[in-house]
Ligand binder design. Structure first.
Ligand code: IPD
Length: 273
């Protein structure tokens, strides 16, 4: 299977790199957008073009493979995860950043087989950061191997999180509670506006943990394998195993930090994908 995964990954990597050109045409922002689930959940024609480019390229080469894509889901395609090789795609993660011209957006592509992420690509073409991982082969930034930090305690951790793309009052209350907890207890708080890039930062060792309630499978599939191959852990924010369709994620540089943070978080359970 490793040889097959290597072949799938190599092909996907070239597609992702070339699709990056669609994003770099808009480094100053893309003002033409539409609303999805709320006035801060947005989509552009570029999101759609990147997703179409990736799905048509991958399905032509690997006709048996399945897909879960952010924009296809928005168009009504059901998110069904079987044991078959499934590409989970966020064509532009950090769409709000992309629209504003804030240079933290990426293409996120994870390959899941038997419900386990086995390869991942997170590519921010604007600042030329390419994070990759294949199961058992480590995690890389632009070809250089990366590792999570050694941090094991919340009091020494730089923790990132996101407010997400909903104005739901209960969800926002939890976001504020958790922000207060981090500001009070941790080294610092960060929010970069892309779930995938938050996970890439944990893999890089630049931040020590990231959590969010309300993300989708396409935001975290690639990050899951990249963080784990960099030596980190990905769990449910209440401390159990990660369920990629649960819309909840916590990743960290160590099991100790992950569990301590999980025990301190105010919990929120969004409707599942
Ligand atoms: C969003 C970003 C954002 C996170 C949201 C995601 P999108 O993805 O990752 O940081 O807070 O939960 O939906 O819509 O830009 O692809």
């Amino acid at each position: 299977m490793t040889d097959a995964i290597d072949e799938y990954f190599a092909f996907a990597l070239e597609l992702v790199k070339s699709a990056g050109n669609l994003i770099t045409d808009y480094t100053s922002g893309c003002k033409d957008f539409k609303l999805k689930s709320s006035d801060i959940d947005l989509v552009t024609e570029i999101d759609k073009k990147v997703e179409e480019t990736l799905i048509s390229g991958l399905s032509a080469k690997f006709p048996d493979h399945k897909f879960i894509g952010e924009e296809s889901a928005f168009e009504g395609v059901k998110c069904i995860l079987t044991d078959e090789p499934t590409w989970i795609i966020d064509p532009v993660d950090g769409t709000l950043n992309f629209i504003h011209g804030y240079p933290s957006s990426c293409i996120s592509v994870g390959l899941v087989i038997n419900k386990e992420a086995v390869a991942g690509i997170i590519y921010n073409p604007i600042v030329n950061q390419l994070f990759t991982a294949n199961k058992g082969q480590g995690a890389y930034l632009n070809g250089r191997q990366i590792h999570v930090s050694q941090v094991k305690e919340v009091s020494k951790a730089l923790i990132s999180f996101e407010a997400g793309t909903t104005r739901d009052e209960e969800k926002q209350r939890i976001v504020f509670e958790n922000f207060k907890m981090i500001v009070t207890k941790a080294h610092g708080a960060r929010t970069v506006g892309s779930a995938a890039l938050n996970m890439a930062m944990v893999a890089l060792g630049g931040s020590d943990a990231y959590f969010e309630f309300g993300i989708h499978a396409w935001d975290i599939a690639a990050g899951d394998i990249i963080v784990r191959e960099a030596g980190g852990v990905c769990i449910d924010p209440a401390g159990g195993p990660l369920d990629i369709l649960s819309r909840r994620v916590l990743c960290a540089s160590s099991q100790e930090l992950a569990q301590e943070l999980a025990s301190m978080l105010h919990q929120y359970y969004p409707e599942r994908d």
